[in-house]
Design a protein around this ligand. Structure first.
Ligand code: NAD
Length: 498
């Protein structure tokens, strides 16, 4: 595979976006703030240095979004839709570059990044572009007490949105936010994780190339300081954040002083339940390959396996081939399905959970034990059993290729265990009776419930969590409404002069 650059074609493997400039008010701007080294986590090589926004540049980005808001929000939905489709088209035409950027800065295996990031992201953006056309006005009709009136309910764009993303899926996490916000008629200041800023900087270039009106979508770079200034900025009307629950709680507090609404897409500790009677042979491998996807750096990773005691031994035996199929290493190898951790400190944290689980009495029941590549922040995937339900590895988000397994004796116990964490992002139930699975879904405190593995991530379905997994929802109509204010208009018949 090669990628076109202004210098001709180059192998994708070595390509990182050359863009180092932020996008503020339609202009490419060099950062005057903190400098961030970007690493390829699969090679440990520094691949770029990026300068972030200083206070004045952040103010300028918010001012640009405010300045663009009146015209953008006043455009007919059809026109906003066309502009968003144009951006999607530009992204399609540069999808090889987006892919290379994601693989090289996140370490996501190329096969996964292509499907789950670039293609999925653009599909969702196209859906959001269509949703920009929807007239959501509701006519309430007549109300005659004490005088005859009529009413309608309108949905107005909330204003300037601060959109902050986590490192693990830099492209689609950004699209989920700005696609919905732009469709709603809002303008955006987008702040990616400084650990993976390159894909979003490239996006900034594509925004200009697609001819989006200046200021409608701005890209700034920075860490917690810039994030804090942005989320508490008086020129920002709403905050949308994807990241950890700890930072999410901080952001809610930062936004509270000016009473901004927040959408928070946070972490999870999602259960995967296997009810009695299920044939585990065809599903065990799929279950392990799923939680180890993106090296476990997925918010909805189903990394807490709850298996009926009658199936426990058979399930472990059936899962062994998954660990033979896990290829840990070079993300550019199409056979690789487990890439690196994002940074060495995160790898230490994940290793700390494994060590802690063993100290809590846990045992590694299945795992990859081939030697790790000499460079890169890799961790071999492991499945840990024999743990009490209150162990840290069972309760806390590890965000690495580590799953835990607990047996249960009754369906009631399975539901109790499934709900027994502070999170509630996703869950899956394997069952022989789909109707029973659908019924049990109602007992799970979880924003998404899959039955028998569910399916692809629909652009028209909501995504988000209960408890510490978040506030509000992204995607679908629900995601767009996060960026709309509700307005009731009530009128009496016009009275002319007698
Ligand atoms: P993180 O919380 O460490 O950082 C996320 C972003 O917040 C970064 O851009 C960071 O610079 C910024 N930030 C830090 N402090 C801030 C502050 N005080 N104010 C404003 N911004 C601040 O998360 P991460 O490690 O990048 O991402 C992993 C986490 O994201 C995991 O917990 C994962 O579950 C979660 N996640 C959730 C979803 C979802 O849709 N629910 C999707 C992907 C990832």
């Amino acid at each position: 595979m090669t990628v076109g650059t202004e210098h001709g074609t180059a192998p994708l493997r070595d390509w990182v976006p050359p863009v180092r400039t932020m996008m503020i008010g339609g202009a490419a701007v060099d950062g005057h703030g903190e400098r961030w080294a970007v690493f390829n986590p699969a090679t440990e090589q520094e691949i770029a240095t990026v300068a972030g926004a200083d206070a004045a540049q952040l103010d300028a980005a918010v001012a640009a979004a405010r300045g663009a808001f009146p015209a953008w929000s006043a455009l007919p939905g059809e026109e906003r839709s066309r502009a968003i489709h144009r951006l999607a088209g530009t992204m399609e035409s540069r999808s090889d570059q987006l892919l290379a950027s994601i693989v090289n800065e996140v370490g996501t295996p190329v096969s996964l990044a292509e499907v789950l990031q670039v293609k999925l992201g653009i599909t969702h953006l196209r859906w959001q572009a269509e949703a920009a056309k929807t007239d959501r006005t509701v006519q309430l009709g007549a109300f005659n007490d004490p005088v005859p009136t009529r009413s309608e309910v309108r949905y107005l764009p909330v204003g300037v949105v601060a959109a902050i993303t986590g490192y693990n899926y830099p492209l689609n996490l950004a699209i989920f936010k700005f696609g919905a916000a732009l469709a709603a008629g809002c303008t955006v200041v987008l702040l990616p994780s400084p650990r993976t800023p390159l894909t979003t900087l490239l996006l900034g270039e594509l925004i200009a190339e697609a001819g989006l009106p200046p200021g409608v979508l701005n890209v700034v770079i920075g860490g917690a300081d810039v994030g804090q200034a942005l989320t508490s900025h008086p020129g920002v009307d709403r905050v949308s954040f994807t990241g950890s629950d700890l930072v999410g709680a901080r952001i809610m507090a930062q936004a509270a002083a000016s009473l901004k609404g927040v959408t928070l897409e946070l972490g999870g500790k999602s259960p995967n339940i296997v009810l009695p009677g299920v044939d585990v042979a065809p599903i065990a491998v799929e279950m392990h390959l799923r939680w180890s996807r993106n090296a476990g750096q997925g918010c909805a990773a189903l990394a807490r396996l709850l298996v009926h005691e009658s199936l426990y031994d058979e399930f472990l035996a059936a899962g062994e081939p998954a660990f033979e199929r896990m290829r840990v290493g070079d993300p550019w190898d199409p056979a690789t399905n487990v890439g690196p951790m994002i940074r060495p400190d995160h790898r230490s944290r994940v290793q700390g959970y494994i060590d802690g689980a063993l100290a809590d009495g846990g045992k590694i029941l299945l795992g990859v034990d081939r030697p790790l590549p000499p460079a890169g922040w890799f961790v071999n995937p492991v499945l840990i059993g024999n743990l009490p339900p209150h162990a840290a590895a069972v309760q806390e988000e590890i965000f690495g290729p580590v799953a835990v397994i607990l047996p249960f004796a009754s369906t009631d116990e399975a539901i109790r265990l499934a709900n027994d964490t502070p999170y509630g992002l996703a869950a899956n139930i394997w069952c022989t009776d789909v109707e029973e699975g659908r019924r049990l879904a109602g007992q799970l405190r979880s924003g998404t419930v899959w039955v028998n593995g569910g399916g692809g991530m629909r652009p028209d379905a909501p995504f988000g969590g209960f408890g510490r997994s978040g506030v509000g929802r992204e995607l679908g109509e629900w995601g767009i409404r996060e960026y709309l204010e509700v307005q009731h208009v009530q009128w009496r018949a016009c009275r002319g002069r007698a």
